[in-house]
Write a protein that binds this ligand. Structure first.
Ligand code: 5AD
Ligand code: FES
Length: 351
């Protein structure tokens, strides 16, 4: 047996590898891609059948106090158009989404000081009061333990905070000095301790990424066991220091989706908008490789283009209803089914 095949067998059997083995697997992926895709598909089916969960994404603010080097809404981008939705607009997006069949709403935004706990708590409370059958997911960046606690008590169910890279040196190359990998991890641990379903994740093909840094990302997922994991290709934004760096590939993203599904079989794994942006059939490919979530946009079309984390972002002109229909059709075309459900993490402990 070739070394890559041996490592593949070990991964499928044990859901775990040494960090160096993850790196070797990534380097030799051409030899084992199909085997891993098959195994990922089997795991996915075991937990979720052929269903795909949908999340309605509401991009509540493009103001951000951070300056991540890869991101189009970084504070140094003076040309970024900034907006923030009112509470009324957010609730309207959610009402519209509910009618369309969404049962999870993701409130995502830059780190905008306007959205204090005092403003978010009544908003989350009102969302949950109107739609007690829905899950509320927050994706609002780094906050204090106390803030995460208050938002959890207000009714938030889940929190997405990508770790971006599990290699400290790499983290420093992607972020300004005032941000740190330690703080990211502290936030993720706090969120878990508070009982959120937590999502970490990273970009594929971010500048300075290597098989070794990716291996650390995979080890982190193996050990932290997030309920959700968001991965998508890095895509350059023309107004950032990484404007000239190449985008991540469909091929590597799909391979990593399969590996993550096998490492942590019940994980909720989106086929991201970024994946659909680098390839017209990217999201479908992602689902076939192990993803089981899609997150179409519910934000008002009037602000869509302003939430530009990267160039050429998909679906900036379509109404929510159009995206919903489009995605349902796409998912059906590859033999899967979207469902109207909260789509919670389920670990039946048989993994
Ligand atoms: N390309 C792809 N993904 C990006 N993100 C931010 N900027 C980019 C980019 N240029 C991702 C980050 C962040 C998430 C909200 O979007 O991983 O956590
Ligand atoms: Fe938005 Fe297809 S998902 S148009």
């Amino acid at each position: 047996m070739k070394p890559a095949e041996k490592i593949t067998d070990k991964l499928i059997g044990a859901h775990s590898l040494e960090t160096a083995e993850y790196a070797a697997l990534i380097r030799a992926r051409d030899e084992v891609r199909d085997t891993l895709r098959g195994a990922a598909e089997k795991e996915r089916r075991r937990f979720y059948g052929n269903t795909v969960f949908t999340r309605g994404l509401i991009e509540i603010s493009s103001f951000c106090k951070n300056d991540c080097l890869y991101c189009g809404i970084r504070r140094s981008n003076a040309n970024a158009e900034r907006y923030r939705l009112t509470e009324e607009q957010i609730l309207e997006c959610a009402d519209n989404g509910y009618e369309l069949g969404f049962r999870t709403f993701v409130l995502q935004g830059g780190e905008d000081a306007y959205f204090t706990d005092e403003r978010l708590i009544p908003l989350i409370g009102e969302l949950k009061r109107r739609r007690p059958d829905c899950a509320v997911t927050l994706s609002l960046g780094e906050r204090s333990y106390e803030s995460y606690k208050r938002l959890r008590e207000a009714g938030a169910d889940r929190y997405l905070l990508r770790h971006e890279t599990a290699d400290e040196e790499h983290y420093k190359k992607l972020h300004p000095d005032e941000m740190s990998f330690q703080n990211r991890m502290r936030c993720l641990k706090n969120l878990k301790a508070l009982g959120y379903q937590v999502g970490c994740g990273f970009m594929v093909g971010s500048p300075f990424q290597t098989p070794e840094t990716l291996a650390k990302d995979l080890k982190l997922i193996e050990e932290f066991k997030p309920e959700m994991c968001g991965i998508g290709p890095f895509i350059p934004h023309h107004e950032t220091p990484f404007a000239k760096h190449p985008a991540g590939t469909l091929e590597l993203t799909c391979f990593l989706l399969s590996v993550i599904r096998i490492i942590h079989p019940p994980v909720l794994l989106p086929a991201t908008t970024a994946l659909g942006t680098i390839d017209p059939l990217g999201r479908e490919r992602g689902i076939k490789c192990g993803a089981n979530v899609v997150m179409p946009n519910l934000s008002p079309v009037s602000v869509r283009k302003k939430y530009a984390l990267y160039d050429n972002k998909l679906c900036t002109g379509e109404e929510a209803a159009e995206c919903r229909r489009c995605l349902e059709r796409r998912i059906r075309s590859i033999g899967y089914e979207t469902v109207t459900a909260r789509g919670d993490f389920k670990n039946t402990n048989n993994n």
